[in-house]
Design a protein around this ligand. Structure first.
Ligand code: 5AD
Ligand code: SF4
Length: 433
């Protein structure tokens, strides 16, 4: 979502004369768009600021420096005191006010701070997103979270749940399709709890996905990130009935232990997750799953961790993000007893990642010999090569003419690497055979 937000910041600054530069050295304005989810991401902000300060000092007052995003939202005052040379600090819900903030920063001496949760929606004030010559685009449909998992800062930094109205989402999607976008990834912190206002009531994400699939030019729809307990019948039906909905789902489970899931306030058990996966796979048998995991949550024992390993072994994920639990200020879990030792967290993470990596490799290898529809979206590593994405988000390299860029093409997978696949055009392959 930060990638999407950064693009929208560029969109709203374009009419007042800003364009993207290659790097910070010749920029009139540098915006650090930040993430607060784990301590490592948040601490990086201060080291990056130190580096940018040197550039700013050499620019004799011609460069503005801004901190945006969730670190700005959560630690605005701390940034002010640790880095008073920053010109603007603003959170994820106020960046539609950027032109006005820039004007104020030019006028006034101190830092402009805007970390409100404003009553108006920023989406009502942003220009329509542009395709920008690409084939794949993000589209935020939902933001914020009311789930309050005990480890997570998102409900505090992004604010409460909000769904964009259906008409606004459809307009953005149509505009993107006309601009050449073939694949849309719907974004939200809890995207499948979408309930957008429409003329005939509220639409779920399943219904929205089916409607988006009808837009001329849109060939692929994805969504991220989803919350297991909010997957409803309509969404499961969409996986069965809407071929444009890609058979790849990021469905974070966090842990395989019911005790830990309950302490995390996840509102589902490990067996609920298993049953949900069964239902989704019954609807779409070729569905591949990825997930998020946290190891070393307070109170997690060896037995609890083994439950996570067992769940992973059973479900078989094709990709995953896994993290050591990182205590976040102001969240309930940070104050819980039973914080897990650093070395223990490290060992558990290594064991989990070994298993997840082996599953990813096995899945990639199982693709060899198969023909897959790949969206070719740009040049590959070597001349004459294009790079695309399989339905399962795998990077696929193929020798193909540049004119095929932007098309969904059948490719025969020839080789599997840990993080990518190599393929030939299925049409060529038939000729050779
Ligand atoms: N520590 C470790 N990982 C976390 N995540 C969220 N908060 C924390 C935390 N405090 C992970 C979760 C979530 C993903 C986006 O980041 O797995 O799904
Ligand atoms: Fe954070 Fe996701 Fe839980 Fe919301 S549902 S609190 S965003 S982990």
């Amino acid at each position: 979502m930060n990638v999407y937000d950064s693009e929208r910041m560029a969109d709203i600054l374009a009419p007042v004369g800003y364009e993207i530069t290659e790097g910070p050295d010749d920029a009139d304005l540098v915006i650090l768009n930040t993430c607060h989810i784990r301590e490592k991401a948040a601490e990086k902000v201060y080291s990056d600021l130190g580096r940018l300060r040197l550039i700013k000092d050499g620019r004799e007052g011609t460069m503005l420096l801004a901190v945006a995003g969730c670190v700005a939202q959560a630690e605005g005052e701390e940034i002010l005191s640790r880095a008073p040379y920053v010109d603007m600090i603003f959170g994820p819900q106020t960046y539609h006010r950027l032109p006005e903030m820039v004007a104020r920063a030019h006028r006034q001496a101190g830092t402009v701070l805007d970390t409100d949760f404003p009553p108006e929606s920023k989406f009502d004030h942003l220009p329509a997103p542009s395709a920008g010559g690409r084939t794949s685009a993000f589209l935020t449909i939902q933001e914020g979270c009311d789930k309050f998992c005990t480890f997570c800062v998102v409900p505090y930094t992004r604010g409460s749940e909000f769904s964009r109205p259906v008409a606004q989402v459809m307009d953005d999607a149509r505009g993107l399709a006309v601009g050449g976008i073939r694949e849309i990834t719907l974004l939200g912190q809890n995207v499948n709890n979408y309930h957008g206002a429409a003329a005939d009531g509220e639409w779920s994400m399943g219904r929205l996905a089916a409607e988006l699939a009808g837009i001329e030019g849109i060939q692929r729809i994805r969504y991220t990130t989803s919350y297991p307990a909010d997957v409803d019948e309509e969404l499961i039906a969409a996986h069965r009935d809407v071929p444009e909905l890609m058979p790849y789902l990021h469905l974070p489970v966090q842990s395989g232990s019911d005790k830990v899931l309950s302490a995390m306030n996840r509102r589902h058990s490990a067996d609920d997750y298993r049953r949900l996966v069964d239902q989704l796979r019954a609807a779409r048998p070729d569905l591949a799953l990825s997930s998020d995991f946290i190891v070393g949550f307070p109170g997690e024992t060896d037995r609890d961790f083994q439950d996570t390993m067992d769940l992973v072994a059973e479900i078989e994920f094709v990709g995953a993000y896994s993290f050591k639990y990182s205590p976040r200020p102001g969240t309930p879990a940070a104050a819980m007893g039973g914080q897990v030792d650093k070395t223990e967290k490290k060992n558990r993470l290594a064991a989990l990642q070994d298993l997840l990596n082996a599953q990813q490799r096995a899945f990639n290898e199982s693709c060899v010999g198969r023909t897959m529809a790949v969206l070719l979206d740009g040049p590959g590593r070597h001349p004459g090569q294009l790079l695309g994405r399989s339905p399962y988000m795998q990077a696929v390299h193929v020798d193909a003419p540049a004119r095929m860029s932007g098309e969904v093409v059948d490719l025969k997978i020839e080789t599997a690497h840990p993080n990518s696949l190599a393929a030939v055009l299925a049409a060529d392959e038939r000729v050779v055979a």
